[in-house]
Structures are given as structure tokens and as C-alpha cells.
Design a protein around this ligand. Structure first.
Ligand SMILES: [Zn+2]
Length: 158
């Protein structure tokens, strides 16, 4: 004969199932965030779900390995326990297109750029002449904008 469950037992099971449902939902949400990819190269951005999974979510701009800056918005109107995130992913272009080299987060690109500047100075650059011209012009423009900061820090005291 099947055991008849008491109301208390049923309530406990309902509670357990509800908890399980929330856990499943949170896992799905975390997986959605983990699966966010770079719109340029299709690589996963390796985002940590925890920092996004809160009321109001979070918006960041990260740099992908392909040097594309990617804007990511994960938006929760309410608690992630009950909501599905609205996720917006937008390419903001390459760091070298949209930012001054001094503010690049990508050290590889900056290192490459500096190496080319040095190579041009020493007449050892193997890049096409047109590209070298561009780097020279760029470098000159950067020096002009960088100067005020340097002179400022060298200002004598008093
Ligand atoms: Zn990418």
C-alpha cells in the first residue's frame, strides 16, 4: 500500500522543487553569460557570471584577444533568481582604431607599435613605406598631445 503523504511532507517537497527550479534557472543564466562571444572573431569572452548576476546587472567594455573592444550589457530588472537577463553585445571596433595607444589595454599591440617606431628610427623597419609614413605621422601627433603632461610634471615647485 502506498504511503499517504502529510501536508507538511508535501510542502517540504514543493519547497525543495522550488529551490531546485531557482538553481536550474541560475545555472542557465550563468551559462548564457559564459557563452557571450566576441562579435568580431566569435571567441568566448570568458566573462565571470557572478559579477553580472545581480539586480540591474552590469555593463562593461572588454578587449577580446583579437583586439576588438566589446561592449557587454547584462541587464536584470529584478533578481536574477526570477528574471531572464537582457544581454546586449556590441563591437566597438579595434583598440588601435578607437583609442590613443597610451590608453590601449592591449600590451601586444602597443609593444608592436613601439617596436615599429624604433625600427623606423633605426631605418630597420620592414613595413611598406606607406605604413611607415602613417606610423611616423601618428607618433608625431602623439608626442604633441603627450608633451603637456610631461612639462607639467617637471614644473619647478614654488
Ligand atoms: Zn574577438
Amino acid at each position: 500500500m502506498a504511503k499517504v503523504k502529510s501536508n507538511a511532507e508535501i510542502d517540504l517537497e514543493i519547497q525543495k522543487l522550488k529551490t531546485q527550479k531557482v538553481e536550474n534557472h541560475l545555472r542557465d543564466e550563468a551559462n548564457k553569460i559564459k557563452a557571450i562571444k566576441c562579435p568580431n572573431c566569435g571567441k568566448k569572452l570568458g566573462l565571470k557570471p557572478k559579477s553580472f548576476m545581480k539586480k540591474d546587472g552590469k555593463a562593461i567594455t572588454v578587449e577580446c584577444e583579437c583586439e576588438t573592444l566589446v561592449y557587454v550589457l547584462v541587464d536584470y530588472r529584478d533578481s536574477p533568481e526570477t528574471e531572464n537577463a537582457r544581454i546586449v553585445v556590441k563591437s566597438k571596433g579595434h583598440a588601435w582604431e578607437t583609442q590613443r595607444p597610451a590608453t590601449w589595454k592591449d600590451k601586444h599591440a602597443l609593444k608592436w607599435y613601439n617596436l615599429q617606431v624604433e625600427a623606423i628610427k633605426e631605418d630597420k623597419c620592414t613595413l611598406p613605406e606607406e605604413t611607415q609614413k602613417l606610423i611616423r605621422a601618428f607618433d608625431a601627433a602623439l608626442k604633441q598631445t603627450a608633451t603637456p603632461t610631461i612639462t607639467e610634471s617637471r614644473k619647478p615647485e614654488g
